[in-house]
Design a protein around this ligand. Sequence first.
Ligand code: UD1
Ligand code: CA
Length: 460
Amino acid sequence: MLGIVILAAGQGTRMRSEVPKVLHPLCGRPMVFYALDAVRGLSDLPPILVVGHGAEEVRRAVGEAVTYAEQREQRGTGHAVLQARPALEGQVDEVLILYADMPLLTPETLRRVVDARRSARAVLSILTVVAEDPRGFGRVVRRADGSVARIVEEADATEAERAIRELNAGVYACDAAWLWAHLPLLPLSCKGEYYLTDLVEMAAGEGQPVVAVAADDPTEALGINTRVHLAEAEALIRRRINRRWMEAGVTMIDPQTTYIELTVTIGPDTVIWPNTILRGRTVVGTGCQIGPNTLIEDSVIGDRCRVVASVVEGAVMEEGSDVGPFSHLRPGAHLGPGAHVGNFGEVKNAHLGPGAKMGHFSYVGDAEVGAGANIGAGTVTCNFDGHRKHRTEIGEEAFIGSGTMLVAPVRVGRRAVVGAGSVVTHDIPDDTVAYGVPARERRTTKDIPEPQRTRRAQRT
Ligand code: UD1
Ligand code: CA
């Protein structure tokens, strides 16, 4: 049985952050989850997550999917693995160790490191990478015969050793009995830490071959120690995500400026224009046009919708509805099929029925707008009286003239017509025409000349 140990106890000093390093998000998901995703399926046992710095926060974020081991003092990566021993000793015959700050590792690569040790019957295998920029990684020192002799940390390396470009990526597969026997023997480094990497020299010193597995793609070994590394990893993960969606049938006009979090899903034949950010639990349907210059968060966008230069958060847009440019759907906004929000509109906690329209400069909040209603330019639902929020109801096919103030709580009836510039302070019955300040019913809609009514029914 394979035991898996993921180290996440370090302080992450070089991040200069209050947040534990492994909780910094990458494409919307905290870093530690990438390591957890990468090991999924490698073993039937849950991985052991070694926590220490910010342990409580890490536990809260990760939850119950792992077994925790606590490293109270951060005395090095070797000391960290020792904390996982009680949970694993006697349970497993091999152990895979990785760091939680390496979000680009793939399951295939981890599998290769495990398999390489097994097939060589070695006590230890490690993942290495050859890269021009050593990024502070430990260097793999080899003997004249080419065998691996040891790993030297950059801080302890000689000039000649620093020139080595074969680097320790930080993934280890070990024979469990050998590991438990040797971990307590790790020497104290000059930094005052017990380095896991010194296991390599111990094995080699005993004449045990150490298998080095080279990573196919050097970017997989990217470890995150600083905010610069964080941005580099973000860019690489973003590329992976974008590639996946393009392969699934999504068009991206400019993948370089398309930012899609890991949690988002997108239907085929949707086109994403530049400078578009899709975040959180957002679901985008098929055949949509999204962007340019658009932010969508935690929202559900149906098929064939269009969102241009707008911000959509916590909203639902049903099939064929559209928004923008320059509009804002806030939490609880719900556009029915074919509903239209044009420019400079804001909708919050409000439902626009099928085909309802608000074309220009309007605020609709805490409202129910019936199917086919037309909301004229500059209409405002005055939903807040300074203490409480109140609801507005606009009936089906109602016509709200430009510049109308709807002082909630208030209801405008079905097919009612409200004249431009009205201040509506009391309910307007169905099929009536009202206008003025405050708005009064003047006549019924039957008095409106027929051509005008028909035009309205076709929704101008
Ligand atoms: C480590 C390796 C280095 C390798 C590099 C690859 C050692 C000594 N060095 O260096 O050879 O090239 O990773 O990315 O292992 N941690 C603990 N407890 C501790 C110290 C660290 O849990 O006491 C955890 C950290 O949270 C982190 C991981 O171990 O997730 C690695 O520690 P870090 O300090 O980032 O090591 P590097 O200097 O990057
Ligand atoms: Ca690191």
